[in-house]
Design a protein around this ligand. Structure first.
Ligand code: CDP
Length: 206
């Protein structure tokens, strides 16, 4: 049986951690849709035109190192504003969402555009300062040299580009449960997400 959980939100709000934990809890498959845009962004930086890159993306492009590098994050949000790039990635995401056994997809437009019929929708957010601090710590842990002020500026830049683009802008679906993780640790955020999905699925079965 298919059961789709859509998890959207801005950069470094904790979507990835929450999505992986929610998928593990329910035994569902998980797709980090940001990786698709990152892979297209990386290919653009290598000189491939972004629309062609999106139309010929392979599983191999989703692996390898460097997809989380700051320049790839910025390239991802630039290619993500191109309607033809988004269109080329729709079918793959929808097929994943409908797979048997349940699926969790995280991104920016899952509950609004990719899966408006999702069984449960979450919008995970946090203040820009908290998100930049988390991303800064993550980057330091992977050996990237940067400073907090720069990460905050890049986070705001990406938020702004993601929220103001004409095609599939970042926003919460009207029926999404909003989880602000600014003051929550990982355990509390995951518990809130699982509780929200259980409430929704109970309602879906009722
Ligand atoms: O991990 P983080 O939240 O920093 O970023 P991500 O989820 O990997 O997404 C990277 C970029 O891809 C975002 O800034 C968006 O511009 C774009 N994206 C999108 O437009 N739609 C999605 N469903 C997922 C990502």
């Amino acid at each position: 049986m298919a059961f789709t959980i859509a998890i959207d939100g801005p950069a470094a709000a904790g979507k990835g951690t929450i999505s992986r934990a929610v998928a593990a809890h329910f035994g569902f498959a998980h797709l980090d849709t940001g990786l698709l845009y990152r892979a297209v962004g990386r290919r653009m930086l290598e000189g491939v035109p972004p629309i062609a890159a999106a139309q010929t993306l392979t599983a191999q492009d989703l692996g390898g190192t460097g997809l989380r590098a700051p320049e790839v994050s910025q390239a991802a949000s630039r290619v993500a504003a191109i309607p033809e790039v988004r269109a080329a990635l729709v079918d793959f995401q929808r097929a994943f969402a409908r797979r048997d056994g349940g699926a969790v997809l995280d991104g920016r437009d899952i509950g609004t555009v990719i899966c408006p019929e999702a069984d449960a929708k979450l919008f995970v957010t946090a203040s820009p300062e908290v998100r930049a601090r988390r991303r800064f710590d993550e980057l330091c842990a992977t050996g990237v040299t940067t400073d907090y002020a720069r990460v905050l500026e890049e986070t705001r830049e990406r938020d702004d580009r993601d929220a103001t683009r004409a095609d599939a802008p970042l926003r919460a679906a009207p029926d999404a449960v909003v989880i602000d993780t600014s003051a929550l640790d990982v355990e509390a955020a995951v518990a809130a997400a699982i509780a929200a999905v259980e409430t929704r699925s109970g309602r879906a079965r009722a």
